[in-house]
Ligand binder design. Structure first.
Ligand code: UN1
Length: 516
């Protein structure tokens, strides 16, 4: 088990080297004109300490960024979609060339273990490939007209400037899902990343700028605005921002949604999850244990798709729980750059406080802690938050179990009938991801049916996290209803127009209406 941590100086050197290779010069890093609103500090959860000051965009800088993106949109929307795809193809090439550098920055700033950081960059590469293909597949339908000599069709047009607001836990993949698809769709993007991850966003923005230069795309197809809540609010309230695609807490979405709706803008919301897995008596327990441990403890419980609730048939509950607690006892917690580590740090000590409060609430509500909870490395890195993932057995789906705590806490409950399990499963405010472990096909199909999981993602014999980019990603209820990434999520980034073309030479009104 890793016993030491890198020093903040080591991490600074590593981050600076990655930024250099990508082409980011920190001193000139943040464009967007005007005086700076304030300085934001890049920091690392590996030691909990600050790395570099990064200038944040001023109000004037945000205004300029939106104006630039809007100006670029007016040209970009008329660029043929397959030509737009060339920009995304070039971005994908640069992401491939800098995969290791970007993964380094993800690990430094978000604390992800190496394999997950590389996986996040791979998601970016994958969505670029997807969006290049999409640039030749923005299909509209031709519809049978009720009138002779008429053609009825649907056309998809670019929408405008897309404001992308992303969170610390997927500091670059979520940006890429939005940006690669938006660019192929003919939109331009203004990105407000999490204040906790400015360096990776500078690196991504630099690579996209380079791609735009290489293919001759208009300046302004993408702008980065680093800053606090005020920057996000400016995007939310700017009527030139046609779509606000925001990933974060349900609390954030509750503010963003109505504000954008008040100006009749569009939103795409990816908010909290409280994801569960049902484990049926027929489940392959070897597979279930592996799937559950990755989904619940992976990324230190900081995915929106993290497994937070386990609903286990009572006949196998003790066996499964014993196997899970044994697996948890061996989980290597520590330096995410160490290949042996599986659980890196939480993003902050504030996140650790919230985790401890939730565990205490669960205990007060009758829960029993079966594994984990100990803090690690507090002596050598008091500003960092390393914690052993926790399993809590609960008797009922009480208050805290119904909330999302962004930390590795797995609540375990039991059930007797599948109907009861599904009812428990759906009885939370959130609706992002779900899964069932079973070898009984009828059970699996029921879980996937209209009477089954009410989530945007429903899986069989695989955990709740780690979706591929090819499917649409998002969830229902307090998760916000948005769909990003693959399938036909692109439609959210475009506007459709219905066209009726009369080539008959005479006026025929629909529904046989006569007039004149
Ligand atoms: C998120 O946590 O915000 O399905 C996104 C997954 C990843 C994306 C998670 N592909 O876990």
């Amino acid at each position: 088990m890793p016993r030491t941590l890198p020093t903040t100086d080591d991490l600074r050197t590593r981050a600076r080297a990655a930024l250099d290779r990508v082409g980011v010069t920190l001193d000139e890093a943040v464009g967007g004109g005007g005086s700076e609103r304030e300085v934001c500090h890049a920091r690392t959860p590996i030691t909990g300490e600050r790395l570099f000051p990064v200038p944040a965009a001023s109000a004037a800088g945000v205004e300029e960024a939106v104006a630039d993106a809007h100006r670029a949109f007016l040209a970009w929307r008329s660029t043929p979609a397959p030509i737009r795809g060339e920009l995304v193809r070039r971005l994908g090439e640069l992401l491939r060339a800098h995969k290791g550098d970007l993964a380094d920055l993800v690990t430094v700033e978000a604390g992800k273990i190496r394999s997950e950081a590389l996986g996040e960059v791979q998601e970016m590469i994958d969505i670029c490939d997807f969006a290049v293909g999409l640039s030749r597949q923005l299909y509209g339908r031709t519809i049978a007209s009720e009138r002779p000599g008429h053609r009825l069709a649907e056309t998809w047009h670019p929408l405008g400037v897309v404001g992308v607001v992303s969170a610390f836990n997927f500091p670059c993949a979520v940006w890429s899902w939005n940006t690669a698809v938006a660019l192929a769709c003919g939109d331009t993007v203004v990105w407000k990343p999490s204040e906790l991850t400015p360096l990776i966003s500078l690196a991504c923005a630099r690579l996209l700028d380079r791609a735009a230069e290489d293919v001759g795309a208009p300046d302004g197809v993408h702008r980065l605005v680093i800053g606090d809540r005020a920057v996000g609010e400016q995007l939310v309230d700017d009527s030139r921002v046609a779509l606000v695609s925001a990933t974060g807490s349900t609390r954030m979405g509750r503010e963003v949604g109505p504000r954008v709706a008040a100006r009749f803008g569009r939103t795409l919301l990816e908010l909290g999850g409280n994801n569960a897995a049902v484990v049926a008596p027929s489940a392959d327990l070897d597979l279930a244990v592996q799937g559950i441990v990755f989904a619940a403890a992976g990324t230190a419980g900081q995915r929106c798709t993290t497994l937070r609730r386990l609903i286990v048939h009572r006949d196998i509950a003790d066996t499964l729980v014993a196997r899970l607690t044994a697996a948890y006892a061996k989980l290597p917690v520590g330096d995410p750059f160490d290949d042996a580590t599986l659980v890196g740090p939480l993003i902050s000590t504030a996140a650790l406080d919230r985790m401890q409060e939730s565990v205490a609430r669960a205990q007060a509500e009758g829960g029993k802690v079966l594994a984990g909870g100990g803090r690690r490395f507090a002596d050598i890195a008091p500003a960092a938050a390393y914690v052993e993932p926790v399993i809590v057995r609960v008797g009922a789906q009480t208050g805290i179990v119904r909330e999302e705590t962004f930390a590795p806490i797995l609540y375990v409950m039991t059930y007797e009938t599948l109907e009861e399990a599904i009812a428990l499963h759906n009885d939370v405010p959130q609706g992002l991801s779900s899964s069932i472990f079973t070898r009984d096909q009828a059970e699996a199909e029921l879980f996937l049916s209209a009477e089954g999981s009410d989530c945007g993602i429903a899986n069989v014999n695989i955990g709740t996290s780690g979706a591929e980019i090819g499917g649409a990603f998002g969830g229902e209820k307090e998760t916000g209803g948005g769909r990003e990434s693959g399938s036909d999520a692109w439609r959210a980034y475009m506007r459709s127009a219905t066209n009726t073309v009369n080539y008959s030479g005479r006026l025929a009104l629909a529904q046989n209406v006569s007039f004149l």
